[in-house]
Ligand binder design. Sequence first.
Ligand code: SAH
Length: 419
Amino acid sequence: MCGGGLLRRRISGVTVMAEAGQNALLGLNRREVTALVDRWREPSYRASQLLEAVYRQRIGSIEQISTLPQQLRSKLVELGFAVGLPRTEKRFVSGDGTVRYLMEFADGQSVETVWMPEGDGGEAGDGSEAGDSACAELSPARAHSTASARSRQAHEGGRPYPLGGRGWDRATICVSSQVGCAVDCQFCLTALLGVKRNLTAGEIVGQVCAVLNDQKVLPPQDRINLVFMGMGEPFLNYDNFMKAVRLLVEEVGVAESRMTVSTAGIVPRIHDFGEEPVRPKLAISLNASNDAARTQLMPLNRKWDLEKLIAAAREFPLRNRERITFEYVLLNGMNDSVENAREVSDLLRGMRAKVNLIALNPGPGIQFSTPAEERVAAFQEVLMKAGIPAFVRRPRGRDIFAACGQLKRTVEIATAPIR
Ligand code: SAH
């Protein structure tokens, strides 16, 4: 039992979650808020006050927005408005500091959002600041000792895990874009749910706001990375996802260079994404080295096969020093041979790319097993020798089912919630 009735009203002393039927302020951009303020016949500076309260201060309820006159607060509530932060239904803490949140929205649907105090390397990728530091940590042998030395320092410093940008700049929030997922990748637990619905822009931004509040992180001073790699396929909820990105950049204050979106390979949206004036970095889930294997693992490969996918990646307009990240889940005996690694090198030759290798995070109902470390290392070596930077992504929060491909809604997994 989780005492939901009490939590529904107060988390960290603030009221959360729009009740069903209420209009959420979260998700509205400056133009939309300005239009509302005009309609209410309020002075235009009220728009800035509202945006500041919702996105920068992340206040949980309209009643608590003290910059607004009491009369206006009451009027907004009467009109059926609410801030619309999701309610944290459960919170699981891993031995490695990762926190998995089950976030509930106004209609009772829920998704998972993950806080990784030291990142997992998924945020790395393009030679940007965030990428460089995380890449260094992820490099083989040499960097490994540096990582553990730093990790020791953090622990010896009396603070078990670093917070936000205070001393570290790798803290990462993994954000969901849909309730469930329609893509049906055979190694992913989220796929077992099917897709229930798209998240609104406000629900995507709301996950970030709720975690920032809980972890007491204050962007832009505190640096934070965002990876859109949680539940769902962001490019099948493209407009809401992109609106959320713009709100996070313009209103919350997270730099686009600190965001990465991962797609299973929705080719037409990769083209659209390349044309966006403001956009995160791009990661593509490759996961197989030839069409036969990829179609077996990811049925969407029938529609958008490797030729189309790789062509879209090659055409993708990269910024200065940017690279595309290819994620590759290694499945024992399925796609993890040295021959598979050679095929990947052929696919990516000459591209400004890097590969993140992820040894399978196992889960109930998943038919594959995790390869031994030597197989992962041998795969990595083939890529490196072909001149393709390849990194092994550290699993984060496996003990609480928070790692890649393990997000499936806490309620269905028997682990004890911790508050
Ligand atoms: N739908 C998007 C984003 C979510 S998945 C996408 O497919 O890219 C984020 C990453 O986790 C993907 O690269 C996916 O291949 C990987 N992943 C999925 N299931 C996994 C598992 N069981 N173990 C390890 N990685 C997994």
